[in-house]
Design a protein around this ligand. Structure first.
Ligand code: SF4
Length: 124
């Protein structure tokens, strides 16, 4: 028996409503509602390997500010986001921090790096 799932495509501000039809084995057999090919690939990825960009802050020792914003360099598996949040919450880095600096490599074994989202100078 086939199954239908509905998503909103978040690949651009248009936000097309997508309907994905899966066969008995969970394979995507049809994507409808997408206005462009990106919507179809988003729908397939959302069914098979849903991912999100992770964003948070980490504590900074000796910085002009006590925390620095961070994000995942690439979208991380949705099912690992709580584990990633826990690992990031345990981290404290030394100032200065450079934008794009890798603060956690291969977070939670996901092959995704956590990087700084801004420069943060050391306190003078
Ligand atoms: S299907 Fe294409 S046009 Fe529609 S929201 Fe996704 S990326 Fe944008």
């Amino acid at each position: 028996m086939s199954e239908e799932r509905k998503f909103i495509c978040v690949s651009c501000p248009l936000g097309c409503g997508l309907t994905v039809t899966l066969d008995d084995s969970g394979e995507v057999v049809k994507v409808e509602g997408n206005t462009c090919p990106r919507g179809a690939s988003y729908a397939r990825s959302e069914v098979k390997d849903p991912r999100r960009v992770f964003a948070s802050t980490v504590r900074v020792k000796g910085g002009k500010l006590p925390v620095c914003p961070v994000r995942s360099k690439t979208p991380a598996p949705k099912g690992k986001l709580f584990g990633i949040a826990e690992e990031v919450a345990r981290l404290e880095v030394e100032a200065p921090v450079k934008i794009g600096q890798v603060l956690i490599h291969n977070v939670c074994g996901t092959d995704v790096d956590i990087v700084a989202s801004r420069d943060l100078a050391a306190a003078v």
